[in-house]
Structures are given as C-alpha cells and as structure tokens.
Ligand binder design. Structure first.
Ligand code: NDP
Length: 374
C-alpha cells in the first residue's frame, strides 16, 4: 500500500489518508503510519475559511503529511524562525481555499541535492507556517527564496526583520518614495511595529524630525526613549489633529502610512506643500468586511492645494530584475552595527503557538517584529 499522500488533520478536524482510507488519528495524537520511516513527516497550517473579522483558530487546521524524497536541485529544510505578518490577514480573501499559510521563514538545510545549499546552511523562503519543507532551489524569484544574508554576527532573528523583507519595505518605501531630506519632518503610523520602528530610525539617520503614532503609552515611551523618535503619540487616546499641531507646527513633509483610515486623512490634512506619502499598508481595515469598509475624510482638497504626491507600493518591486534588497540589507546592517539603529523582536516559542502569535500581532501585542521560534 502506498501511503505517501497520507494526510492527517489535527485540531479536532480529521480526514482519512488520501490513498489508503485508514481512519484518522485521535485529537492531539501524533501517531501516524508511513510506508517509509526515512521520509520526513511535516506539519503545516492550512487555512480553510475566509476570515470574518479577526481570524479564528477554527479557520486553520494543522495538517501532518509525509514529504517526498528529494530530487536533484531540491533541499529539505527545517524551519527555525517563522514570521507572522499583517499581509497574512490582508491576502486571505485573495487566496483560493484551502491554502497552506504562506509567509517568510528561516530554515536550516537538513538534506541537500543542490551543492549551492549544503547541509547546515540556512535559507529564507516563503514556505510559511510549516516545520519541514522541500524546496526546489531554482524555481523561485529572489524575494521568495534566498540564502541567509551575511548578518555580520547579528542573531538570525534579524533576517526576519531589519535585514529581511521588513527592512527592505521600510528602506525603499521611505527613501525611494518619500525621499526625505535632512531637516524635514516625517510622520509614521504603526510606528512601534516591525516596519514602523525601522522607518522612524532611517528617517533619524537621514537627519529628519520624526513623529510616530502607536497604540499604547508603553509603545510611545519605547519610541521616544529607546529609538529616539522626536515625539510619539498614543493614537487611541490622543487628539491627532492637536498632537500634530503641537509636535509639527510647520507641517509634515513625509508620511509613511502603515494603517490607513481616519488617522491617515488627518495626517495628510496637515502636510506641507509638495509633501510625499508612501502607502505601505492599511491594517486598520484588514479585519473589516470588504463590503462595508469604514469611511474616512476625503483627501482630494489636501492633495490638490498642497500638491502632494501619494504612492502605494509592494516591496517586491525592488526585488525585480535589479534586485536591490541587498542594498537595503547592507545599509541597515551597517546602521545596526554602528549603533544608529535598534531592532526589537517579539518572540513566541513553539510551532503550536503560531496562531496566537499571529492574532496577538494583529491586536498590537508586539513591539517590533513578531516572530515564532520553532
Ligand atoms: P506590525 O509589526 O506593525 O504589526 C501590526 C501592528 O498594527 C500592531 O502591532 C498594531 O500596533 C497595529 N494595529 C493593529 N490594528 C490597528 C488599527 N486598527 N489601527 C492602527 N494600528 C493598528 O506589522 P508590520 O510592520 O509587519 O506591517 C505594518 C504595515 O506594513 C501593515 O499594514 C502591513 O500590511 C504593511 N506591509 C506592507 C508591505 C508592502 O510591500 N507594501 C510589506 C510589509 C508590510 P498598535 O499597538 O500600534 O495598534
């Protein structure tokens, strides 16, 4: 009997082996049958529902399955760090169900049929919420699969944050789109999160005045005292208009928008002539029903009379043919090493706890980059 396609589902939802119809295991029981004890058994989170409001545990199954033997050009990777990110919420409606939860992970090569990726080397991939995976090393664009960059002695967590997709987002979104000049004023929302903390600090490196908005008094203190933001506000309690008037009476030159919604309309309404806005994300709307999106103050008068430039972006733009991500990695590593930048990691332990880390991040429990160590 060939059991190689055997798939069991955990979390109280079970299905039979796809090929041999052997009954499913009991809840939480890790036992499984396999025709080949050499084959690696892997676990992955499968999303089976379109989320309604905040994602629920019952929207996911943890599925155990047997990995195939390696072919030439493939590697077997064991995940060590797994990233939880807002886009995993935002892209849910765009993905065909069911799907394995994609996202960045850092893993170590356990078996290799590619001499460029020997056993023991480390890779970054979009394999997401899986503990083991087989990767064909030649079938991915740079941003989906690459060797662990030279972190110059920094811990591997940095490859999931500042020296990874997150750092590239902050770097190119701010420097290529907002183009801040020394002496200008930069505002950033989602300021205490993964992207926001790096945006604010790059702006400081470039000689700007930086104003951040985050969701708690502790985060405000962290931004001002730890990261050197000139001023930070708790957007849940502050009057945003008055806060901006007091902190930036001259107006805002650059706005890095991570959250969207009314706070963004208020900030854009206080921009100076020829200000630049980089639209990175709109997390304030990710849990909303897309048919009933919240309304925010109309922007056109500010855009026209202040002659503002507004541009949305996806960070993969800079991983295209020119592949500029390494440029961001090199500058950011330099700034961290010479003390101009700090990166905070919010680490959760355990493959079983990825869901909690994910929803915790969406609720704002993280300061800096939310990562799961497995
Ligand atoms: P964060 O580390 O910032 O985590 C998300 C944060 O969002 C939470 O910590 C929380 O902080 C904040 N938040 C949650 N709900 C709301 C709300 N209703 N209003 C305002 N803030 C809220 O995540 P990332 O740094 O990874 O991502 C930040 C943004 O960047 C997201 O919009 C994401 O989609 C986007 N992004 C875009 C990319 C691109 O290529 N365009 C690439 C990567 C990220 P708080 O306590 O402050 O509320």
């Amino acid at each position: 009997m060939n059991n190689s396609l055997m798939t069991f589902v955990r979390n109280g939802h079970f299905q039979n082996c796809l090929k041999c119809s052997i009954a499913a295991v009991q809840p939480g029981n890790r036992s499984f049958h396999t025709s080949n004890p050499e084959r690696q058994i892997a676990r992955k989170y499968v999303v089976k529902n379109y989320f309604q409001g905040p994602p629920k545990r019952s929207d996911f199954d943890i599925v155990e399955h047997e990995l195939p033997a390696l072919k030439d050009g493939e590697i077997l990777v064991k995940a060590e760090l797994i990233s939880v990110d807002p886009y995993q919420r935002a892209y849910n409606l765009r993905s065909k169900l069911p799907y394995t939860q994609y996202g960045y992970q850092l893993g170590v090569v356990q078996e290799s049929k590619d001499p460029n990726h020997p056993v023991g080397s480390r890779v970054i991939s979009l394999k997401g919420w899986r503990d083991y995976s087989v990767i064909n090393t030649s079938s991915h664009p740079f941003s989906d699969f690459y060797k662990l960059p030279d972190l110059q002695g920094l811990p591997n967590e940095y490859a999931m944050s500042a020296v990874g997709m997150i750092g590239a987002t902050a770097y190119f979104g701010l420097l290529d789109i907002c183009k801040p000049k020394s002496g200008e004023t930069v505002a950033v929302t989602g300021a205490a999160g993964a992207v926001g903390t790096i945006v604010g600090q790059i702006a400081k490196v470039k000689g700007c005045k930086v104003i951040g908005f985050a969701g708690s008094d502790d985060k405000v203190e962290f931004l001002e005292k730890e990261l050197g933001f000139d001023k930070a506000f708790n957007y849940k309690t502050a009057n945003i208009g008055s806060a901006l008037k007091s902190a930036a009476p001259e107006g805002i030159d650059c706005y890095f928008d991570n959250v969207g919604g009314e706070i963004s309309s208020t900030i854009i309404g206080r921009m100076r002539n020829f200000g630049r806005v980089a639209i990175c994300g709109s997390i304030s709307s990710y849990n909303e029903d897309p048919r009933k999106m919240p309304k925010a103050t109309i922007l056109q008068p500010s855009l026209v009379f202040r002659q503002l430039k507004v541009e949305g972006f996806l960070v993969q733009r800079w991983a295209g043919p020119e592949n500029r991500w390494p440029e961001a990695f090199a500058d950011i590593t330099k700034w961290i090493k010479n003390g101009q930048m700090k990166t905070h990691h919010h680490v959760t332990e355990g493959f079983e706890n990825i869901f909690d880390a994910f929803t915790g991040m969406l609720e704002g429990k993280n300061t800096g980059k939310a990562i799961v160590k497995v």
